[in-house]
Design a protein around this ligand. Sequence first.
Ligand code: ADP
Ligand code: ADP
Length: 231
Amino acid sequence: MATVTATNVTKIYGEDTVALNDVSFEIPDGEFVVLLGPSGAGKSTLLRILNGLTQPTEGTLEIGGEEVTGTRSDIAMVFQMHYLVESMSAYRNALTGALNRTETIDSVLTHYDEDDKELALDALDTVGLLEEADQRAGSMSGGQQQRVGIARALTQNPSLLLADEPVASLDPRAAQEVMQYLKDAATERDLTSIVSLHQVNIAREFGERFIGLREGEVVFDGGKEDLTMDV
Ligand code: ADP
Ligand code: ADP
């Protein structure tokens, strides 16, 4: 279960950079939400708080009814820059997602078990890269690399999937394709998903629920029918 509840979340960097200002919303389990807003709106900050990478200055974020206080193994993140190990195969890269949910030194040392390997292969299958599993990540196209990044997140077997501008560095065709895989993966696995985007056209095509951020404030929260071009 991964309902997400933000209650009056404010984040101030340093003395006076207000990245988020009194942000509140509720996301039910299994929903696919697009976080939409221009650069500097506060999207990364919100996702990083959700992932436990930074703390709010005020307010609370709860996932499955528990306040977020640090990183959690059941939350996976896909980044704009996918941070793959280019010299490793797509499969090995996907498999490293399993490390993100090891909780003890022992489990890191024993590395991967059969379940992890199955999860990684399943994840590659979900993003349509089973046949490319042995290819070096560095030899793949940008879109394929981002799909490996998604597979790595899925191998973590998360209940909440976060993606921070996952298609911002791709050409429009690759961006569409990657968004389709991301959406299908979320649907297939009933994942609560929050995907940040700055392109309204891509958001419209794939989003169901939209939370619009601008200068740290929620300026829109609703469905496609109410979404105007100037969010
Ligand atoms: P977005 O992801 O929508 O581009 P960010 O969350 O990255 O927005 O940034 C929101 C605001 O907070 C911007 O003004 C940005 O410069 C500022 N900011 C982000 N991270 C930091 C940081 N680590 N230190 C200081 N200011 C930051
Ligand atoms: P985004 O693409 O999400 O807008 P940025 O390129 O603004 O991200 O920021 C990249 C990194 O730099 C992030 O870790 C962010 O927190 C940090 N950062 C952004 N703005 C500032 C700032 N004004 N001062 C310090 N760090 C910042």
